[in-house]
Ligand binder design. Structure first.
Ligand code: IVH
Length: 666
């Protein structure tokens, strides 16, 4: 038994030291922070239960981080400690109560964001920055002065009047979420390996031998603590933060002074909710006793101060096995891969799938089935694979040659296009997705017509075309799974209601490529009837400002297509509405209309007429083109009117204009 414990302890120590190397020195961790913390916690527990195996060489006794030989070593004015951390509110409450017990009742705490970056110390002598160093092993760090000097928000001279003779402040060098994304995009462009997270990116950028590279990386600095400082007036951590602001450092406003556990935990809740909205990545919060005198009184353990504790947020990243790459066919035939994972808990939620976007992404990640991968879940976003941490084999994953649903050939339009498609118009997987879209909430909104209903009707052959939905009978419903009288009637009613949906909804429901909800609405309002769309020319479409040449051509082709004609005819026969109701409000007669004024009006000056059009929702343009909706023409109108007539634009003369602005829609 004891020997088993000993070998587990040895294993954990070795693993932690190995991961320290990946994390601190190579900036390329093999496991997530959460998994690393679990190893450390297990080791700490075993060492405290079995003190006979204690060793001063254990990574639990030393501040992590390995010193790199590439930089000169420098000794810190005071050791740079780490923070004890926890993932539970209960532990925070225990820590709080312990502190309260040992100190007076009127305690103040400060809760700060725990920015996920790399710890650094900056030394100022008589106000001048003379040294920048990494934490290193806590006693000695690496001299990275030149690199630190490239950070934009690090002042080279303290901006206070009488700077202290010695001031060693400590903080976090980090990269904002936006700069991180831009950096990874750049790295991708040149075919390099992406950084797994902002912390790795900051660390990799800061510890560059060439400071010019660091300078290009857009790093930031945030002050959170200090070593030796000769500043008399500072009594609290909050004073220190304000003093840093005076010295020219940037201060994060996301900290709070709290007087009770309730206040602390409410702020923690608030920050957890705000986490994804912050422009920098935080991995938790740090709760500190605010009074510096009391901090001194509480002191430190060998590794961390007693006056502070870090609350770590549920990990966003974890490693797991990619069990399968699933291929699905979308409603427009695009073949999309996604990852089926060995279930893992991420940010408190169990996940078993991750997006892979497309086959380019698979190539970029060089990922295949059975690989061990690092997955990340940020906010409500679908989890994604950050990188492969262990390859299973050397075989590359290849896009399928045939559609997984209908087996017809899969094609890529041209080399520039990323998407692979199944171009078989009768592909059943595409049709199923098409149906799901047609009945969905923002389309025809047939409530209760979900996946399982669709799958059963596809299976029993009751639905073969879109219009078949409208011929389903009561008997069809009561004969499928889980449907009885009430549910069948409800669905029949929902189908009947959907027949009356406006043209804008129907257009969106048809799932025309590139035509989303907004454009569907604009087209429907402009043409008002499906028939007009079948007759429209490319130019008619391009008259809509939101529609360019390519989209117009696309629409023209869509409505020219025989298959479209068949679908619409069948829907008409089934009684589906094909028109857009007049929905304008009095006062919005010129809604979305672009007008040109020409000639002289009798009743209004041009300025007055323009104002009227704008107040009724329209826009004014100065030159005639096919994108113009109408031309307001007065007496002596010349060239512009001629051109408008050539382009067959709508021309409004003064009398009509006067009537229009009173009641009707343009
Ligand atoms: S106070 C004695 N405050 O978290 C250590 N640290 O996991 C005093 N960190 O090494 C540090 N944000 O690099 C402190 N607001 C904050 C912090 C913070 C991030 C880092 C720091 C530290 C690590 C511990």
């Amino acid at each position: 038994m004891q020997s088993e414990i000993k070998s587990r302890i040895d294993y954990l120590r070795k693993e932690i030291i190995r991961h320290n190397d990946f994390y601190y020195d190579r900036n390329d961790p093999e496991i997530s922070d959460g998994e690393y913390d679990n190893l450390t916690k297990e080791l700490e527990k075993l060492e405290s239960e079995y003190p006979i195996f204690a060793s001063s060489d254990s990574p639990t006794y030393k501040v992590s981080s390995i010193l790199s030989s590439s930089f000169e070593s420098v000794k810190h004015s005071l050791p740079m400690l780490s923070l004890s951390n926890t993932y539970s509110y209960e532990e925070i409450s225990k820590w709080y109560k312990k502190i309260k017990k040992s100190l007076d009742d009127n305690l103040e705490f400060i809760v700060e964001p725990k920015i996920d970056g790399i710890n650094a110390s900056l030394t100022y002598v008589n106000g001048a920055l003379i040294m920048g160093a990494t934490r290193g092993d806590g006693e000695n760090g690496e001299n990275i002065t030149e690199n630190i000097k490239t950070i934009k928000n690090v002042p080279h001279k303290l901006e206070v009047k009488n700077p202290p003779s010695f001031f060693e402040l400590r903080g976090e060098v980090y990269i904002s979420k936006l700069d991180f994304k831009n950096l990874n995009d750049e790295v991708t462009k040149i075919g390099g390996q992406n950084f797994a997270n902002p912390r790795n990116a900051a660390s990799g950028s800061l510890r560059q031998k060439n400071p010019q590279i660091t300078a290009m990386r857009k790093l930031s600095f945030f002050a959170h603590s200090f070593g030796r400082i000769y500043v008399e007036q500072l009594k609290k951590q909050s004073d220190f933060l304000r003093y840093c602001l005076k010295c020219g450092f940037q201060l994060q406003n996301d900290f709070k002074i709290c007087h009770s556990l309730k206040e602390i935990t409410s702020f923690m809740d608030a920050m957890l909710n705000k986490r994804d909205l912050l422009c920098y990545e935080i991995d938790g919060l740090v709760i500190k006793v605010n009074d510096l005198g009391l901090q001194k009184k509480l002191g430190n353990t060998s590794k961390s101060p007693r006056w502070a504790i870090a609350y770590k947020f549920p990990a966003k990243q974890a490693t797991t096995r990619l069990n399968k790459i699933r291929i699905r066919v979308g409603r427009t035939g695009i073949i999309t891969p996604s990852a089926i994972l060995e279930p893992v808990v991420l940010a408190g939620v169990k996940i078993s799938r991750a997006t892979l976007h497309n086959f380019e992404e698979i190539k970029r990640l060089n990922v295949n089935e059975k690989d061990t991968v690092l997955v990340e879940r940020a906010g409500d976003v679908i989890p994604k694979i950050v990188k492969v941490v262990k390859k299973y084999g050397e075989i590359l994953f290849k896009p399928p040659l045939n559609c997984p649903s209908c087996s017809s050939e899969v094609v890529k339009k041209n080399e520039k296009e990323v998407a692979y498609r199944c171009i078989n118009p009768d592909c059943s997987a595409q049709f199923r997705r098409h149906l799901l879209h047609f009945v969905s909430r923002n389309a025809m909104n047939i409530q209760g017509f979900g996946k399982s209903v669709i799958d059963q009707f596809l299976k029993n052959g009751k639905i073969r075309t879109l219009a078949d939905i409208y011929y389903l009978t009561y008997d069809d419903f009561v004969n499928i799974d889980l449907f009885k009288e009430k549910r069948s009637n409800n669905l029949l009613e929902a189908i009947a209601i959907s027949k009356k949906r406006p043209l804008s909804r129907l257009l969106f429901a048809l799932g025309i490529r590139h035509i989303g909800e907004k454009i569907s609405g604009i087209i429907a309002k402009k043409f008002r009837h499906m028939g007009a769309l079948f007759e429209a020319s490319v130019e008619d479409f391009t008259r809509i400002p939101e529609i360019g040449n390519i989209l117009a051509l696309f629409l023209k082709r869509f409505f020219e297509n025989d298959a479209t004609r068949h679908v619409i005819d069948a829907l008409i026969v089934a009684g589906v509405n094909m028109t857009e109701p007049e929905t304008y409000k009095i006062g919005r007669q010129f809604e979305d209309k672009v007008c040109v004024l020409t000639g002289e009006l009798e009743t209004y000056t041009r300025k007055q007429a323009s104002k009227i059009i704008i107040s009724l929702g329209g826009k004014i343009a100065s030159s005639i083109s096919k994108k113009i909706d109408c031309v307001l023409a007065g007496a002596n109108a010349g060239l512009k009117l001629k051109k408008a007539k050539e382009l067959d634009l709508r021309i409004i003369y003064e009398e009509e204009f006067k009537k229009l602005i009173k009641k009707s829609k343009v």
